[in-house]
Write a protein that binds this ligand. Structure first.
Ligand code: MF3
Ligand code: CO
Length: 261
């Protein structure tokens, strides 16, 4: 059973998504050569708590941080560390979640550190476009496979691949709810999308092959061939008028420290 949310619950999830997206904007301003992923995690936890929410990942299956930060060939679940400094030309995925008023919000972005290669820039753009293509399918009457197929097609027609082992998910009273949302699939298959579903859609796109493995720390997922990987995620409500992205910050375009939570 895919849980449906009431209009009131969706409004709370929208507020939660605004908070989360604002934290992401703050994080983006901190992403510079020389900063450690530990510092990013600290900011993340402090700002989430300041906003009256709690980190969603901390304590989840024994995970010890607020933020997952995955650099270059790391796909997802990179653990923040005092000894890991960002370097010019890296890409870093920032994946975070929070809980407030009993409802979860989950999002991820991948951003450049300083100046990056044109080729990598376009890889990030296509990866984000694959998420957007999936979101466009999140409309009542369509089926889950339409989302999956749109993501896969966007990535693959540009010569990239999608990870099979990790997937998107429903989000709400739990961080991970039904349905499982693969980033590959067949149009017009799977459950029909209904008003009130909230989906965390999260393509993981590799520049090379789709194969991944988990490092000895038990968490960090990396590409087997060592190529770059990008990860973008939004929590999206299905409404009568189509998809509504909940993890959006109305001040998203604004730059500067005054903006930070
Ligand atoms: N970011 C993952 C997701 O989007 C969850 C993180 S797993 C955790 O579903 F253990 F790190 F929390
Ligand atoms: Co997620």
């Amino acid at each position: 059973m895919i849980p449906l949310k009431t209009a009131e619950e969706v409004e709370i999830m929208f507020e939660n998504g605004c908070i989360l997206a604002a934290v992401v904007e703050g994080l983006k301003l901190m992403v510079k050569p020389g900063i450690t992923t530990y510092e990013l995690d600290e900011y993340c936890e402090t700002s989430i708590r300041k906003a009256g929410a709690v980190p969603a990942f901390k304590g989840y299956r024994g995970y010890r941080a607020t933020l997952c930060c995955s650099i270059n060939s790391e796909v997802v679940h990179g653990i923040p560390s005092k000894s890991r400094k960002l370097a010019e030309g890296d890409i870093i995925s920032l994946d975070l979640g929070l809980k407030r008023s009993g409802l979860f919000s989950d999002m991820a972005v991948t951003v450049p550190v300083g100046k990056i290669d044109k080729r990598i820039e376009s890889f990030l753009e296509i990866s984000e476009k694959s998420l957007v293509a999936g979101i466009f399918q999140a409309t009542p009457g369509k089926r889950l496979g339409d989302i999956s197929a749109a993501i896969q097609n966007t990535a693959e027609k540009n010569g990239f691949s999608v990870v099979r082992e990790y997937v998107g998910h429903g989000v709400g009273r739990k961080l991970h709810e039904e349905p499982v949302i693969p980033n590959f699939g067949t149009p017009n298959t799977g459950p029909r999308l209904q008003v009130g579903m909230v989906l965390a859609i999260e393509p993981m796109v590799n520049m090379g092959g789709p194969q991944v493995k988990v490092l000895d720390d038990g968490w960090t997922v990396v590409t087997v061939d060592g190529t770059l990987s990008a990860h973008f995620e939004h929590s999206v409500a299905i409404t009568e008028s189509g998809p509504r992205v909940l993890t959006n910050c109305p001040m998203g375009g604004k730059k500067g420290d005054s903006f930070r939570i």
